[in-house]
Design a protein around this ligand. Structure first.
Ligand code: DAT
Ligand code: MG
Length: 151
């Protein structure tokens, strides 16, 4: 079965609060492999594409303002069922409903400042990885523990 890849974004509040290292650590310790990483200031263009299904929501303009308020850290992670597993690791959209042990459940309070983005489906992950990364920014490399963590 093909290995999945997903997009994780540490949002501006996560960067401001110096949570990047702890978020990366959770994905590393789970056994996922980082295949892309960069810091950037998001353009409204990219963001309106990324969140295109939310354009009609009442919170949309606040969401754009927040997401463009400062740098974000964008990551691509690879591994067995990484899309669903990372959604579970990130927790519910509303931090008040997110379980303890999840990123949102451990580090955030309010739905509009929920620290991290994770792709929600194989189609979404593919679309978002292509949107946020150039092909050559995603690396194919072998990690020596792969034959141990996965069959
Ligand atoms: P998720 O980020 O869990 O995939 P989503 O795709 O439904 O959630 O929404 C994208 C982001 O939009 C979410 O992380 C935070 C913001 N958002 C969603 N619902 C909101 C609401 N009711 N009020 C304010 N912001 C909201
Ligand atoms: Mg979403």
């Amino acid at each position: 079965p093909g290995k999945e890849r997903t997009l994780i974004v540490v949002k501006p509040d996560g960067v401001q609060r110096r949570l990047v290292g702890r978020i990366i650590q959770r994905f590393e310790q789970r056994g996922f492999k980082m295949v892309g990483l960069k810091m950037l200031q998001v353009s409204e263009d990219l963001l309106s594409n990324h969140y295109r299904q939310l354009r009609m929501k009442p919170f949309y303009s606040d969401l754009v303002q927040y997401m463009t308020s400062g740098p974000v850290v964008v990551m691509a992670w690879e591994g067995h069922q990484v899309i669903q597993s990372s959604r579970n690791m990130v927790g519910q959209t509303n931090p008040a409903e997110a379980q303890a042990g999840t990123v949102r459940g451990d580090f955030s309070l309010h739905v509009s400042r929920n620290v991290v983005h994770a792709s929600d489906s194989p189609e979404g992950a593919l679309r978002e990885l292509q949107l946020w990364f150039r092909g050559q920014e995603l690396l194919d490399w072998e990690c020596i523990d792969e034959s141990i963590t996965c069959e």
